[in-house]
Design a protein around this ligand. Structure first.
Ligand code: KIV
Length: 264
């Protein structure tokens, strides 16, 4: 099976086939998500929180993200690998944005990058990256890199003014050339209106069922991350891992491991 292409996601929107996106951060999680049939693996800067234990996404560096994207690229064959551009890797200048996006492709093997915020702020960065031939995914709504400006992780687009702004931002990102847009934590009806106003797909997280696709953080669906209203635990990896670790400790302490079957 050939790899999913950024440009081909538009066809899924047209045909009505929903797009499944999961985050992954290393070789084994990329291999498992890829083999499960996800269309897109996002190496999210959520890595900062769910893998590195940081309080928010602001502290992960470009070098750290490159390290994780390299592992994911090696573990995936079918899914499109999208690298999340970390805080301050694209905001300072279009030149820096292009250099950093280029590192994700050339050093780490990603096929696309994602950045947070509207084209009215980062259009120059988007244009520079696209001009180099790298597809760009947009991300609006609750953009976690702006958590301090928002005053917390709050649903966006609840009042008429911010609804209007988000619709304009989505259109702006489409016009800037993004191949898809993540809509994070906005009311479902607003996400529906945005989705039907665009020709490029929307990928929702906490944005309801009308989006063209859905993305969730891998650790959250495995019960290893945060419990939020919009996420769902699809499998209890916490229980499986804890039981395996506890059984190992018990068997080592009691001398039942290794038994004859596990030694030379
Ligand atoms: O960093 C991330 O994982 C993300 C998704 C939650 C959209 O940006």
């Amino acid at each position: 099976m050939s790899r999913v292409k950024a440009v081909s996601l538009k066809d899924r929107k047209r045909s009505g086939e929903k797009i499944a996106v999961l985050t992954a951060y290393d070789f084994p999680s990329a291999k498992l998500t890829d083999e499960s049939g996800v269309d897109v693996i996002l190496v999210g800067d959520s890595c900062a929180m769910v893998v590195m234990g940081l309080p928010d996404t602001l502290g992960i560096t470009m070098d750290e993200m490159v390290h994780h994207v390299r592992m994911v690229s090696r573990g995936s064959e079918h899914a499109l690998v999208v690298a999340d551009m970390p805080f301050l890797s694209y905001q300072i200048s279009p030149e820096e944005a292009l250099r950093n996006a280029g590192r994700f492709v050339a050093e780490a093997g990603a096929q696309a990058v994602k950045l947070e915020g509207p084209a009215s702020k980062f259009g120059g960065a988007i244009e520079a990256i696209l001009n180099a031939g790298i597809p760009v995914m947009g991300h609006i709504g609750l953009t976690p890199q702006s958590v301090h400006q928002f005053g917390g992780y709050k649903v966006q687009g609840r009042d008429p003014e911010s609804r209007k702004r988000l619709k304009e931002e989505a259109k702006g990102l489409e016009e800037a050339g993004c191949f898809a847009i993540v809509l994070e934590c906005i009311p479902a009806d607003l996400a529906g209106e945005i989705t039907s106003s665009l020709t490029i797909p929307t990928i929702g997280i906490g944005a309801g069922a009308a989006c063209d696709g859905q993305v969730l953080v891998m650790h959250d669906i495995l019960g290893l991350g945060a419990y939020t209203k919009f996420s769902k635990v699809f499998g209890d990896a916490r229980f499986v891992m804890q039981k395996a670790f506890q059984d190992f400790v018990r068997e080592v302490k009691s001398g039942t491991f290794p038994d004859k079957d596990h030694q030379y």
